[in-house]
Design a protein around this ligand. Structure first.
Ligand code: CO
Length: 134
């Protein structure tokens, strides 16, 4: 059911420093930072030949990643995103298997303008999993 690895997301405290690290030290191509007020984050994407790294910084006081930064003051890997062909079919299959979908269970438009869902880390080996309809 799952397809390509779309991205790995890393929460960072300082997006400018993180971007500089990936651009300079690691020699990668990094997109411009984009504020996503509806998600409470600012994102920049590291473009790798086979996938992307999503750099996520908190935006606003009640950012959904503020808690993560409290627990992980240096930042860290936050989620991995797999592509699926049909997100509603994928969700229904997962729910039938007893997995928990976060939030309302309805796909939302994610950082790439495509429908996404998040799956409970307790059901997936301690890893927050994002599904994106590619
Ligand atoms: Co993501």
């Amino acid at each position: 059911m799952i397809g390509r690895l779309n991205h790995v997301a890393i929460v960072v405290r300082d997006l400018e420093a993180a971007t500089a690290l990936y651009r300079g030290t690691l020699g990668a191509r990094v997109s411009a930072a984009v504020d996503q007020p509806e998600h409470g984050v600012t994102t920049a994407f590291v473009e790798l030949p086979n996938t992307k790294i999503e750099l996520l910084a908190a935006l606003g006081a009640d950012s959904p990643i503020a808690k993560f930064l409290e627990r992980n003051p240096d930042g860290g890997v936050h989620h991995i995103c797999y592509e699926v062909d049909d997100i509603v079919a994928a969700r229904d299959r997962l729910l039938a298997a007893g997995a928990r979908v976060l939030g309302s269970g309805e796909p939302r438009i994610g950082a790439h303008g495509k429908p996404v869902l998040f799956l409970h880390p307790k059901d997936f080996l301690g890893t927050l999993v994002e599904l994106e309809q590619a």
